[in-house]
Write a protein that binds this ligand. Structure first.
Ligand code: SAM
Length: 284
């Protein structure tokens, strides 16, 4: 541990990265953790940031949700790499996420993209390498798409990111990816409109974050994205609250949360299905 703490200068939306980070760190401290995130533990001790006002009123199910989300993304990335070991993953709105550390197979290429203040903070804790690059940009800008080298199959992931935008922005972005990378995949989490309201109350407001951090975009069901562009195909939808939940009350709340689609993970194909393996084989 360094004696000097790392200062934090982040915008309001960017500060939301501390919530899933804290969730993963808390899980990592348990005797039989579902997931271990050593970087999250290190950041918690080395960063000059008071986590207590942010995390004081967060309930156990919400905390578990961040862990389950991490596990689901790990699974999607690992499945993708089992098909394309030298594939490229672009982690949009990476925050201080460590999916790369948990899934690197030694061959993949990886891009971690976030706004410049986040990438500056990230660089204090994680390092670039020949196969892993950091990109300081807004995902809504066009320039970074030209800067990345995508010569192989590509999976875009956006964990906890799209909520903060209006639907036309997300739609235009996904259509742009389908234009640029036909046959690529994207995995992101979404929340029903009811879920957006509940998350703003139970997470953003409880964490004392300002209105600029409020979730905006709600997606009632995965099928709704199919009307955005005829090239989009659903590979799979994942619900995550109702499994591996400990305790009767949280178990019941988890089932209810999944029924209300408080948060769920959407995995799409952008354009033509490759011949290697049909998407139907990944739907089980
Ligand atoms: C809730 S955090 C999730 C962080 C990380 N994916 C995780 O799960 O730990 C949302 C992230 O989206 C990033 N973000 C917000 N707007 C963005 C934009 N226009 N371009 C890129 N990243 C953005 C924030 O900076 C923040 O790191």
């Amino acid at each position: 541990m360094t004696s000097e703490r790392v200062d934090v200068h982040l915008g309001e939306v960017q500060k939301t990265l501390f919530l899933p980070l804290w969730g993963r760190a808390e899980e990592s401290r348990k005797p039989n953790p579902l997931l271990v995130d050593k970087a999250a533990l290190r950041v918690m001790t080395e960063v000059a940031f008071d986590f207590s006002p942010l995390t004081r009123d967060i309930d156990t199910l919400t905390k578990l949700g961040w862990v389950k989300r991490g596990l689901l993304y790990d699974r999607v990335v690992k499945d993708f790499l089992s098909l394309y070991p030298e594939g490229t993953v672009v982690n949009i709105g990476c925050g201080l996420d460590t999916t790369f550390e948990r899934t690197d197979n030694g061959w993949l290429r990886w891009y971690d993209l976030d706004l410049p203040d986040v990438i500056a903070l990230r660089s204090r804790f994680m390092k670039e390498s020949e196969r892993r690059k950091f990109v300081a940009a807004s995902f809504l800008d066009d320039d970074w798409l030209d800067a990345i080298d995508v010569s192989s199959n590509v999976l875009f992931m956006a964990a906890g990111v799209f909520y903060y935008f209006e639907e036309p922005e997300i739609k235009a972005f996904i259509v742009r990816l389908a234009d640029r990378y036909p046959g690529s995949e994207i995995v992101f989490d979404a929340s029903s409109p009811v879920g957006v309201k509940i998350c703003n109350k139970k997470v953003i407001e409880s964490a004392g974050l300002g209105e600029q951090s409020n979730l905006i975009w709600g997606l009632k069901r995965t099928d709704d994205v199919l009307s955005w562009d005829r090239r989009l195909r659903i590979i799979r939808t994942y619900r995550y609250y109702s499994t591996q939940v400990r305790g009767f009350r949280d178990g019941l709340m988890g089932i209810l949360a999944d029924l209300l689609r408080i948060q769920y993970v959407v995995h799409l194909r952008l354009g033509a299905t490759p011949t290697t393996q049909p998407d139907s084989a990944r739907q089980g």
